[in-house]
Design a protein around this ligand. Structure first.
Ligand code: SAM
Length: 470
């Protein structure tokens, strides 16, 4: 099948619905074609990725041996590109005021029972102090879409507040997940020195998208789908894609997601910096059983492995929407970033009261503290990382991708992960986590040339909270 990729920045071209149907028909017809599967798997083993047409065939194939091979390869690819580090972050909800009508989200404007909260700059600073106390260095900013309550000026002021709090530590990277906006606004957001601009597509299926978003600015499928092009035209080099699995069929979404990634890479020279894999969760007035496309765990895990194989150079993010059990499995299938100690409430890190508790966007499945997550990661053989180096040292967009595609990024990742773990263990960890962390650091540092190990400790300045990253 001839590979389709569109250089046009029009959504109906780069997420061409006929191409998705054609791909799925082709995959259905060839899903048991042993010769084709063998060819695709041998291309996959080169670790340079797969086209959406090829990934779709593997997705529809049901041979358990092929699935096992995809999963094993996904783990190999993650290790080859990124090493054994897992990056940690936390979401920070600024405001749940929203004028949209997203059927799956409790922040939708018609929900009159959810407490509407918007943090002041002082409250944001309190949240940041609480997050810093836990040891967090990287945040994902979240807010509902509401031009009156949450204008871009509010988001920009909040970013400045977050970067400005230097008490229990420092937040070194803020990623932002806010609604699709104009090129002009993306330029202003980019100038605020944020890391990645993240926006979930929710679903790539236009018809279902329109049903799921009946009102508000987000109801415009084209405006939403073309947002990443505008973000890149506005100066962003790193953007994060995602689909909310459970809204439409996972087969359609996988093809759409890969077509989007291929389009960005073809036009801007860099595919998505990250791909998130959220699944629909119960929430305030949201009954998940009314959605008919729930993604079962086994299919979800295969899909994660396939994404890792198809876009080996892209970071993959899993949030606390997933349980400890699923997160453990997914970490061995290519997930490279997870959140820890998360609250999806507005103001819930620093304070708890009924209004704050009830302001949550969705129920989390992993309620462990950051310290518990860090300890667990180490016990599972991963190196927890609070690294934010690539952003600070200009390794972004095309530059990042070039190093990553040469499978060189893990040299940076490993050393920077150890640096930040050293900082975490010394400053934030509980005694038990410190004990395990110290042993892990000794073990991992032994693998490095000795000069690097000695040098590491000199790169942390505990008085200024500065780290000299590699
Ligand atoms: N207002 C922005 C927007 O519209 O893109 C910010 C997004 S919201 C704070 C973050 C994401 O949460 C959404 O893009 C959606 O995918 C996800 N989300 C919403 N409702 C959810 C639910 N019930 N379960 C799981 N994830 C949900």
């Amino acid at each position: 099948m001839k590979h389709y990729v569109s250089l046009s920045d029009k959504a109906l071209d780069f997420i061409n619905a006929e191409e998705i149907s054609r791909t799925l028909e082709y995959a259905k017809e060839h899903k048991n074609d042993k010769g084709l599967i063998a060819d695709i798997m041998s291309k996959a083993r080169e670790k340079n990725g797969l086209y959406h047409e090829e990934a779709a065939v593997l997705l529809l194939n049901n041979d358990p041996e092929v699935t096992s091979e995809i999963k094993a390869l996904a783990e190999e690819i993650k290790l080859a590109y990124y090493g054994n580090r897992i990056v940690l972050f936390a979401p920070l909800y600024l405001s749940n005021f929203c004028i949209n009508g997203c059927i799956y989200c409790p922040y939708h404007a018609k929900n009159k029972q959810i407490p509407r909260l918007k943090m002041t700059q002082e409250q944001i600073a309190d949240e940041v102090r609480a997050l810093q106390k836990m040891g967090h260095k990287r945040l994902a900013l979240e807010a509902g879409e509401d031009p009156k309550n949450n204008p871009l000026e509010y988001i920009l002021e909040s970013i400045a507040t977050i970067y400005g709090v230097h008490e229990e530590g420092v937040i070194r990277r803020v990623n932002v997940n806010i609604a699709a906006t104009t090129i002009e606004n993306y330029k202003r957001l980019h100038a605020a020195k944020i890391g990645t601009y993240i926006l979930f597509q929710e679903t790539y299926n236009k018809k279902d998208y329109e049903k799921l978003h009946p009102r508000g600015p987000k109801s415009d499928y084209l405006w939403h789908t073309e947002a990443m092009d505008r973000a890149m035209q506005g100066g962003f080099e790193d953007v994060g894609l995602g689909v909310l699995f459970g809204l439409h069929s996972y087969e359609y979404e996988l093809v759409g997601l890969l077509m989007h990634a291929e389009h960005l890479e073809a036009v801007y020279g860099a595919g998505p910096h990250t791909i998130s894999v959220p699944r629909l969760r119960p929430a305030d007035d949201i009954d998940v059983s009314s959605f008919k496309n729930a993604l079962p765990d086994d299919v979800f895990l295969k899909l994660i492995a396939l994404l890792r194989v198809a876009v080996p150079y892209t970071g993959m993010i899993m949030s606390t929407r997933e349980s400890e059990h699923i997160r453990k499995e997914a970490l061995s299938l290519g997930i490279s970033q997870i959140s820890g100690g998360s609250k999806t409430t507005v103001g819930g890190y620093a304070n708890q009261n009924a209004a704050i508790d009830n302001s949550a966007q969705f129920e989390v499945s992993d309620n462990r503290t950051l310290d518990e997550v860090v300890r667990w990661l180490m016990e599972c053989g991963h190196v927890p990382s609070f690294c934010t180096a690539c952003y600070g040292s200009g390794r972004q967009g095309v530059d990042f991708m070039e190093i990553c595609k040469r499978k060189q990024i893990h040299h940076y990742c490993t050393r920077n992960a150890l640096l930040t773990l050293m900082e975490y263990v010394n400053k934030y960890a509980s005694p038990e986590t410190r004990r395990i962390g110290t042993a892990l650091l000794d073990h991992e540092l032994d693998k490095l040339p000795s000069k690097t190990a000695d040098e590491l400790i000199t790169r942390i300045d505990t008085t200024t909270n500065e780290i000299k990253f590699f």
